[in-house]
Design a protein around this ligand. Structure first.
Ligand code: HEM
Length: 508
C-alpha cells in the first residue's frame, strides 16, 4: 500500500514538474519569439515586456502615475520607445522627446491623421460624430466644421469674452456666499467653466444649483476619473461590459439622454436663418448633408449629434477647470506667487472694473503663472492617442501602419535636459530677466501641435486668463486653519487633475 502511494506521489510530482517545465519552455519560447519579431519589425526599444502582458506588471507594481513612468522610461530609451499596454496586442510607440514629436506631428503629420481607440471612451460610445476620435477624412471634415462654427459663434472674440466675464461675476458671487468659510472649489469651478461651453453649444448657461446641471458635470467627472489611459477598463476592455463599470455606463446614458433632449428642443424651434449656437449649426450641417442625398451613416447625422456635443462638453469642461484648480493649489503652496499676481492686477486693472482680454499683454506675470502651471501640471499629460495612417520611419526605427502612437506631453515639458529644475514651480522661467516680458518657449506645448492639436486652444486661453484674474482680483485664497497644503501630485484620471482640497476665499 505504502509502495503504491509513493509511486502515485512520485508520478504526480513528475507530472507537475513536467507541467512546470512546459510552462518555462513556453515562456522562453514566447520571449525569444517576441525578441525576433521586434527585431524584424524594427520597433523602437523599450522596457522589457512580458509575453502577452507586456508592461502591465510593471505598471501595476509601480507607485508612479502612468505619465511619470512613461517619462522615466522614455528618457532612458532616448525619447522614442515601445511599451506594451494591452494584453496580446502590439506595443504602442511613446514619444517623450520634443524634437521627435515635432518631426512627427509637424513634418509627418499626414501620416498621423487617425486616432487609436481608447476603449473606455471611443469603443463604447462609437466614434461617429466624435471630434476627438474621428479618423482621417472624417476627422478633417469634423475639425473644419468645428473651427468654422467656433469662428462664426465669436469664440475668441469680444462677444464671447462678454459671456466669460459675466460668468466670472456669477462665480465671484457664488464664492462670496461661502463667507470666508472653507469649501471645496472643485464643483463650483467646473460649473462656471462648463457654462461657457454650454453657452456655445446649447445657447444658454445653467444655474449652479440646478440639480440636472450638477448631475451632468458630476457624471462627466465620474466617467473621466474611472477611464484613464492606464485604467483597468482600457487594459482589459471586456470589464466595461461587467457590473464593475455599470456606473460609467449609467453616467454615459444620462449625458446622452440630456444632450439628446437639448438637441430635440433645438429641432423644435430651429430656424435655418438664425443660428443661435453650435447645435443649430450642426443641425444646419445635417440638413445640408441630407439635401446632398448622403447615406444615413454620414458624418453629420442626427444619430451622431449627441457624440459631437458630448466631446465639446467634455473637452471644454474638464481641461480648463482643472487647470484653474491647479493654479489655486499652486498658490496655496506658494503664497508669494499669489501676491505677485494680485499686485499686477492692482497695477493694470485696479479694483473698479473687471479684467478684460485687452489687459492680457500688459500682465506678463499672470501669463507666466498660467504657462508654468500648464507646463508643470498639464491636464493633458499626453495628447490623445494617434494611430499611424501609414508606416512611419523615425530615427531609424519603424512605426508600423496602424500602430498606436502616444505623445507624452508631461515628459516633454518636464524633461530635465530641456528645463532647468523642471520639478520646481517657477513662473519666472517664462519671463525676461527684468520680469517685464513673457518669453515664448517653443518647447512648451500643453495644447499639442500639428493638424490635430487642441481645437479649443483660443477659448481655453481666454477662459483661463479671465477666470483667474477675476478670482484673484476679488479674493485671496488661503489654507483653512490647520489644513495641510494641497498636494501637487495629482490623481490618475483621463485628464491629470489635482487631489481634492479645501480652501478659504477671503474677500479683498
Ligand atoms: C486648458 C485647457 C485645454 C487643454 C490643455 C487642452 C489640450 C488638448 C490636447 C493636448 C489635445 C490633444 C491634441 C493631440 O492629440 O495632439 C486636445 C484636443 C482637443 N481639444 Fe483641447 N484642451 C483644452 C481645452 C479645450 C477646450 C476649451 C475645448 C473646446 C471645446 C477643447 C477641444 C478640443 C478638441 C475638439 C480636441 C480634438 C482635436 C482633434 O482631434 O482634432 N479643448 N486638447
Amino acid at each position: 500500500m505504502a509502495g503504491q502511494n509513493s509511486a502515485a506521489i512520485s508520478s504526480l510530482l513528475t507530472g507537475a514538474l513536467d507541467l512546470k517545465s512546459v510552462g518555462v519552455f513556453l515562456l522562453i519560447f514566447l520571449v525569444v519569439l517576441r525578441f525576433f519579431r521586434d527585431r524584424q519589425k524594427n520597433l523602437p526599444p523599450g522596457p522589457w515586456r512580458w509575453p502577452l502582458l507586456g508592461n502591465i506588471p510593471a505598471l501595476a507594481r509601480s507607485t508612479k502615475l502612468i505619465h511619470e513612468l512613461f517619462a522615466e522610461w522614455g528618457w532612458q530609451y532616448g525619447g522614442v520607445m515601445s511599451v506594451g499596454l494591452s494584453p496580446g496586442r502590439s506595443p504602442i510607440t511613446v514619444i517623450s522627446d520634443i524634437d521627435a514629436a515635432k518631426e512627427l506631428l509637424l513634418n509627418k503629420g499626414e501620416r498621423l491623421l487617425d486616432r487609436a481607440p481608447v476603449p473606455s471612451l471611443s469603443t463604447v460610445t462609437g466614434t461617429k460624430g466624435s471630434f476627438l476620435w474621428a479618423d482621417g477624412e472624417t476627422g478633417k471634415e469634423q475639425r473644419h466644421f468645428g473651427l468654422g462654427a467656433f469662428r462664426k459663434l465669436g469664440v475668441g472674440k469680444k462677444s464671447l469674452e462678454h459671456k466669460i466675464t459675466e460668468e466670472a461675476r456669477y462665480l465671484v458671487e457664488r464664492i462670496e456666499n461661502e463667507k470666508n468659510r472653507s469649501f471645496d472649489p472643485n464643483l463650483i469651478i467646473h460649473n462656471a467653466v462648463s457654462n461657457i461651453i454650454c453657452t456655445v453649444c446649447f445657447g444658454y448657461r445653467f444655474d449652479y444649483d440646478d440639480p440636472n446641471f450638477k448631475k451632468l458635470v458630476r457624471s462627466l467627472q465620474y466617467i473621466l476619473h474611472t477611464t484613464g489611459v492606464g485604467s483597468l477598463a482600457n487594459i482589459f476592455p471586456v470589464l466595461l461590459l461587467t457590473p464593475l463599470y455599470s456606473k460609467v455606463q449609467g453616467c454615459l446614458r444620462y449625458i446622452r439622454e440630456r444632450i439628446n433632449g437639448i438637441v430635440q428642443e433645438h429641432r423644435d424651434s430651429y430656424d435655418p436663418n438664425d443660428y443661435r449656437d453650435f447645435i443649430d449649426m450642426y443641425i444646419g450641417e445635417i440638413d445640408e448633408t441630407e439635401r446632398k442625398g448622403a447615406a444615413g451613416d454620414a458624418t453629420f447625422a442626427y444619430q451622431h449629434i449627441w457624440r459631437a456635443i458630448f466631446d465639446m462638453f467634455a473637452a471644454g469642461t474638464d481641461t480648463t477647470s482643472n487647470t484653474i484648480l491647479w493654479v489655486i493649489a499652486a498658490v496655496l503652496n506658494h503664497p508669494e506667487v499669489q501676491e505677485k499676481i494680485q499686485r499686477e492686477i492692482s497695477e493694470v486693472v485696479g479694483g473698479d472694473r473687471q479684467p478684460s482680454c485687452e489687459d492680457r499683454p500688459s500682465m506678463p506675470y499672470t501669463n507666466a503663472v498660467l504657462n508654468e502651471i500648464q507646463r508643470l501640471r498639464p491636464v493633458a499629460a499626453s495628447a490623445l492617442p494617434y494611430k499611424a495612417t501609414r508606416e512611419i520611419k523615425l530615427r531609424g526605427y519603424t512605426i508600423p501602419k496602424g500602430g498606436p502612437v502616444f505623445f507624452a506631453l508631461w515628459a516633454m515639458m518636464n524633461d530635465p535636459r530641456v528645463w532647468d529644475r523642471p520639478e520646481e514651480f517657477n513662473p519666472d522661467r517664462f519671463l525676461s530677466k527684468d520680469g517685464t516680458k513673457l518669453i515664448q518657449h517653443e518647447r512648451f506645448i500643453p495644447f499639442s501641435i500639428g493638424r490635430r492639436s487642441c481645437l479649443g486652444e483660443g477659448l481655453a486661453r481666454m477662459e483661463m486668463f479671465l477666470f483667474v484674474t477675476n478670482l484673484f482680483q476679488r479674493f485671496t485664497f488661503k489654507l483653512p486653519l490647520g489644513a495641510p497644503k494641497p498636494s501637487m501630485r495629482g490623481v490618475p484620471s483621463f485628464t491629470y487633475v489635482p487631489e481634492p482640497f479645501d480652501v478659504c476665499a477671503v474677500k479683498r
